[in-house]
Design a protein around this ligand. Structure first.
Ligand code: PAF
Length: 281
């Protein structure tokens, strides 16, 4: 595995593989790697000749300075995990290397970026589009892999790919969960022992709501999930929205569309966690 920190070296290394006719897969990450990331790397390994993983805590997508400052950073452990997973190139640049000048680009991300996370975290998705588009320009991958825990992020990136005219396949990968159902996340390490015990109730409630939905309306199901999660100590739902899985627009009736997903954000002991579940797919 080659560890690269400079953009021109990354471009040269990938170009050498491309000249040999090799397919290139990219897994963008912010490090603090866990099994969720490794499932992306494994899938990328199976589907491409060359696996490139970026490890970069992207400052432009954080709308909360404290969240950026305390975001877990575990570079040495990340390198060891990636080497073991068969990664060919790991790109670990500094902020100055990626942003020699402030990135002032504003992307046309459309309505998918305005709801839910877009409404709660102004500027977040534009920052994601900035870094992901830079990585796509540097690596020019054939395929890029993203986890479905960040369900909305995938829709936003697909929109960015369309509006910027990138030629690659976006590959969504299923959520990886702990044995008790909690979605794996780099932020889980911030949970206190008490919050860690309560956090699995998020997914437990989402699962229960699948049955509940069979005899209740969308609005009732939304209320059921919100009230149930809020009834646990130290848990507060920021939003629970049941949306069309493609457009991310709110759904009012179960028969309205064929792909329906519920997206939740919960403050659990002060840590912001997200999760989602499909009602129809
Ligand atoms: O999902 C993430 O970890 C980040 O948003 C991404 C896609 C690596 C961009 O910084």
């Amino acid at each position: 595995m080659i560890v690269i920190s400079k953009v021109n070296e990354l471009e040269k290394a990938v170009e050498a593989f491309r000249i040999e006719g090799k397919s290139i897969g990219l897994v963008p990450t912010m490090g603090a790697l866990h099994e969720g990331h490794l499932s992306l790397v494994n899938r990328c390994r199976r589907e491409n000749d060359v696996v490139v993983v970026s490890v970069f805590v992207n400052p432009t997508q954080f709308n909360n300075k404290e969240d950026l400052r305390t975001y877990p950073r575990t570079e040495e452990a990340d390198k060891a995990l990636l080497a073991e997973a068969g990664c060919d190139i790991v790109f670990m640049p500094t902020v100055e290397e990626v942003y020699p000048e402030p990135d002032t680009r504003v992307f046309n991300l459309g309505p998918v970026a305005e709801v839910m996370e877009g409404a709660m975290r102004p500027g977040h998705f534009n920052g994601v589009a900035q870094i992901v588009s830079k990585l796509f320009m540097m690596v020019k991958p054939d395929r890029a892999y993203f986890g479905e825990k960040d369900f909305q992020q995938i829709a936003v990136i697909k929109q960015m790919v369309k509006s910027e005219g990138f030629k690659l396949q976006i590959v969504p990968c299923p959520i990886v969960r702990e044995a008790d159902g909690l979605a794996k996340s780099s932020r889980n390490v911030r949970l206190s022992p008490e919050a860690r015990q309560t956090a699995p109730n998020i997914y437990r409630t989402l699962r229960e709501s699948i049955d509940y939905a069979k005899s209740h309306t969308v609005a009732e199901t939304q209320k059921f999930v919100t009230d149930t999660i809020n009834s646990y100590p130290d848990m507060e739902v920021e939003y629970y929205q049941i949306v069309d899985g493609i457009t991310l627009m709110p759904v009012n009736d179960w028969n309205e569309t064929n792909y329906i997903v519920g997206c939740v954000t919960v403050y659990c002991g002060g840590v912001r966690l997200i999760d989602n579940i499909a009602y129809k797919k």
